[in-house]
Design a protein around this ligand. Sequence first.
Ligand code: DX5
Ligand code: ZN
Length: 214
Amino acid sequence: MIVAPSLLAADFLHLEREVGMVNNSEADWLHLDIMDGAFVPNISFGFPVVEAVASVCRKPLDVHLMVERPEQWVERLARLGATFMNVHVETARHLHRTVQTIRDAGMRPAVTLCPATPIMLLEDIITDVDMVLLMSVNPGFGGQKFIPATIDRIKRLRELIDRTASHALIEVDGGINHATAAAVATAGADAVVAGTAVFGAPDPKAEIAFYHSL
Ligand code: DX5
Ligand code: ZN
């Protein structure tokens, strides 16, 4: 599977070392969680940190915006070289326009769903996006427990993608560990985000390699 370590769980006092570890690992992407304290009840880090990380990261950046009005950040994210821009469907009033703007800016558009947001809301956007990010916890914090209903949501999203001949990847974010990663892979996911599981492990590179091998 594709594996994207989430920097949210890294040691913020040693970010260069942590990004270096990811650079030298089998990670496919680096996942960056941006929070605004409005859409979610937490604030993580913002552009100065993301720009510094981007300057040393050799993996594609998978940027997850947990912010109100995400469309205002398209240009700035494109400029720092982000590969994926994930916007929550709950925040994007003009989702189609936002997705087009992201693609026109040279990034790969992805849409993100909170655990209670119906999969069927993607019906008319699924062929326009490169990825769907399914939250398997409520967004805002690392280290939470995987919500089991996510497994059925992955299966229903896989059906929608197959039925519409969409090329969208399915990425799952939150509460990933060895057991939940195996279950999401079986259900049809292409990618996992892993924060605590990677950065809290005694050997983070081996942990990344494990998810990569699924
Ligand atoms: C939560 C973030 C996740 C988070 C995952 O709002 O979107 O990316 O970092 O953390 P873990 O893997 O610890 O659940
Ligand atoms: Zn995330």
